[in-house]
Design a protein around this ligand. Structure first.
Ligand SMILES: [Fe+2]
Length: 282
């Protein structure tokens, strides 16, 4: 039987990918951030999952304002790296797991989550940066990947509670999969950041810290944060944090914190990394 063994929350700041790709991770600006990634990489390498479900948002790479799926699952064998204007990132292509992905699509849709399905889709920094953060720079990614996209670009994005319920439905689907697979789930994006306007560069450490604390202490309270509150407290792009709830909903209620790393600034954002695991995960 397949099982979800851990959840990873991770910012997907594009400049972090640039720092990796240009060999800047040991520079004075970036090294404090990357030093904090080391223990997470070691922990994940020991866990050695078979598949990662990566919940992220596309940044007008695969889609545009002409097509805006609220929730989408990628079922391809392979996902090419998107060209976001400077050529594709020099990272391995992402290998999918079509069998589990189609099982998820069927289970989620029959469980009343109306997923769009992508047979072909390039993946951008929203997916590849969390892989770089947690896996380093391998010749091939160490596990298969199932991308799940959430719209957080065009209003209205889904609520945090809806995202949490999607995570619960993903959990039910994985539990029902007959294959023997160890699955991790990533929730990406955030933390507090605003990229434009008078409040550009906004960082709210108090909000971010409380959010991280409540991932274990009171995840239900986090699902009640409104879009307006995200924008007020965490900036206009802080609403990306609804995607963390998909990950959280897929874990046990009493999941425990394994690791966290919080660093400001990364580019002009607050970068967060957190690992949670179910208590029966060894
Ligand atoms: Fe983003």
């Amino acid at each position: 039987m397949a099982s979800i063994v851990a959840g990873i929350a991770c910012s997907h700041v594009p400049a972090i990918g640039v720092a990796v790709d240009k060999g800047l991770t040991d520079t004075p600006y970036w090294s404090p951030l990357f030093k904090g990634y080391g223990p997470a990489r070691e922990w994940l390498a020991r866990l050695a999952p078979d598949v990662a479900i990566v919940v992220y948002n596309d940044h007008a790479s695969a889609f545009s304002l002409s097509l805006i799926p609220t929730f989408l699952i990628g079922v391809a064998e392979r996902f090419p790296i998107a060209d976001e204007g400077f050529g594709p990132r020099p990272v391995p292509a992402v290998e999918g797991h079509p069998e589990l992905a189609w099982h998820l699509a069927e289970s989620l849709i029959l469980d009343e989550f109306d997923m769009s399905i992508a047979n072909e889709m390039p993946v951008d920094h929203g997916l590849t940066v969390p892989l770089s953060v947690t896996c380093g720079s391998p010749r091939a990614w160490p596990f298969k990947v199932i991308p799940i996209c959430v719209n957080v670009v065009q209003y209205p994005p889904p609520t945090g509670l809806r995202c949490f319920k999607l995570g619960q439905a993903i959990r039910r689907a994985v539990d029902a999969y007959p294959g023997d697979l160890r699955v991790v789930i990533y929730g990406t994006g955030g933390m507090s950041h605003q990229l434009q306007g008078e409040r550009a560069g906004l960082i709210n450490r108090a909000f971010d810290t409380a959010f991280l604390d409540n991932m274990t202490q009171d995840p239900a309270a986090l699902t009640r944060i409104s879009h307006t509150e995200y924008m007020r407290e965490a900036g206009s792009e802080g609403v990306e944090m609804v995607m963390w709830h998909v990950m959280r909903g897929a874990l046990d209620r009493d999941a425990e914190e394994v690791y966290r790393h919080y660093h400001v600034p990364a580019s002009n954002t607050a970068a967060g990394l957190m690992i949670l695991k179910n208590r029966n995960t060894s």
